[in-house]
Ligand binder design. Structure first.
Ligand code: NDP
Length: 388
């Protein structure tokens, strides 16, 4: 029996995780569920999964939750970042699903790796913000880190078990696939007027709003390039992005002998979630069998960096090193939330990230305090630029 904490239980990844767990009551027990403010969703999940602890984002949300609980099952209710870190590192917990969106997920994910948990990492922003420090903490804590992002999970599956390093294993490059999002073929001159509803209507995946916008700008793929760098030790020149509109191949690894190993499946996050939850075993995820005859063809295109400047920015930030990725992530989070609030145009997301990076690109980030300082300063610059 594995005891699991789900950080971000009310989100898209959190709910898919619970869907897989529900299919295996003999294998998984839920220790804690966390959310920010969606108390209504928690109130539906609590009687089904009977967690010992539930964490929310504010005292108000905690009061609302307490008021809505019935006497049949009353978990301990906590709120705030310290509580998130506590349920991520609790001695009762074996495995932590890190599925909070954005920088808010960094502290609890770190708390889990520091004490050596098995961490299922969906929250790519945590790794983008603090890659070197996060990976050091994984090594020092002897944590095991399993990627949930479908692309990185695919790469992980296509690499040898216990991979000693890409060069040692004869890997030439990593090919990250990308659907191209909803605007792959849209006339570029019309992109400035795109609405949040259009940006969130992803052709293949149902996801939270922030990652949906990131997919539409392809910043998501850019963040994934940085994530792949830290997870697999690949330099920017060994990570290529391939547009593959069907989202059936989730990524590939090319070896020096010319072999290319791919992982395929229906676009459903329950596959990588089930893979990581059960690793190294395999369990039923609820995902339908892949019907290759219905799919019939697989297409590939080179990404257009002019149409998707955010992807180019992410490569630049990775090459620049230091605090550049932290700045890019922070500016993007502010830009995306302003876009979702209709205070910023779609194409202005890339412009804003570019201008913040031009003004602020710290050469060195050597502690977590530095990471949080850089994050805070980059957010302030981005907010000021939007309000100007
Ligand atoms: P959602 O927006 O659907 O869910 C986010 C979760 O985080 C919710 O539970 C939310 O709580 C919680 N949350 C938000 N802000 C805070 C905060 N400040 N403090 C504590 N908790 C907070 O996002 P997704 O599930 O789509 O994505 C989660 C992560 O997984 C992201 O990093 C994303 O990039 C990554 N990912 C997602 C994929 C997908 O298919 N969705 C695929 C691959 C990676 P509440 O509901 O109360 O707001």
């Amino acid at each position: 029996m594995k005891t699991v904490t789900i950080l971000g239980a009310t989100g898209s990844i959190g709910r898919s995780t619970l869907d897989v767990i529900r299919r295996h009551p003999d294998r998984y027990r839920v220790f804690a569920l966390t959310a920010n403010s969606r108390v209504d969703v928690l109130l539906e999940q609590i009687p089904v999964f009977r967690p010992s602890v539930v964490v929310v984002g504010s005292p108000d949300a905690a009061r609302q939750l307490e008021a809505g609980l019935d006497d049949a099952h009353r978990p301990e209710v906590m709120w705030g970042e310290e509580a998130l870190c506590a349920v991520a590192s609790d001695a009762n917990v074996d495995c932590v699903m890190a599925a909070i969106v954005g920088a808010a997920g960094l502290a609890p994910a770190l708390a889990a790796v520091r004490v050596g948990k098995q961490v299922l990492l969906a929250n790519k922003e945590a790794l983008v913000m603090s890659g070197a420090l996060f990976m050091d903490a994984v090594r020092e804590g002897r944590a095991s880190l399993l990627p949930i992002d479908s692309e990185h999970n695919a790469v992980f599956q296509a690499l040898p078990t216990g991979c000693r390093g890409l060069v040692e294993e004869g890997v030439r490059r990593i090919l990250l696939t990308a659907s191209g999002g909803p605007f792959r073929t849209r006339e570029p001159s019309t992109l400035a007027g795109v609405t949040p509803e259009e940006a969130c209507a992803h052709p293949n995946w149902v996801m939270g709003r922030k990652i949906s916008v990131d997919s539409a700008t392809m910043m998501n793929k850019g963040l994934e390039v940085i994530e792949a760098h830290w997870l697999f030790g690949a330099g920017p020149d060994s990570i290529d992005v391939v547009i593959h509109p069907q989202s059936v191949i989730h990524s590939m690894v090319e070896y020096v002998d010319g072999s290319v190993l791919a992982q395929l499946g229906n676009p459903d996050m329950r596959t990588p979630i089930a893979h990581a939850l059960a690793y190294p075993e395999r369990i039923e995820s609820g995902v339908a069998s892949l019907d290759l005859f219905a799919i019939a063809r697989l297409d590939f295109e080179r990404p257009d960096m002019k149409r998707f400047p955010c992807l180019a920015l992410a490569y630049e930030a990775l090459r620049a090193g230091g605090g550049a990725a932290t700045v890019l992530n922070a500016a993007n989070e502010i830009a995306v939330s302003a876009f979702l609030e209709r205070r910023l145009g779609f194409t202005a997301i890339a412009d804003l990230c570019h201008s913040v990076l031009e003004r602020f690109c710290p050469a060195e980030v050597s502690s977590l305090q530095d990471v949080f300082d850089v994050d805070r300063q980059a957010r302030a610059l981005a907010r000021a630029a939007i309000d100007a």
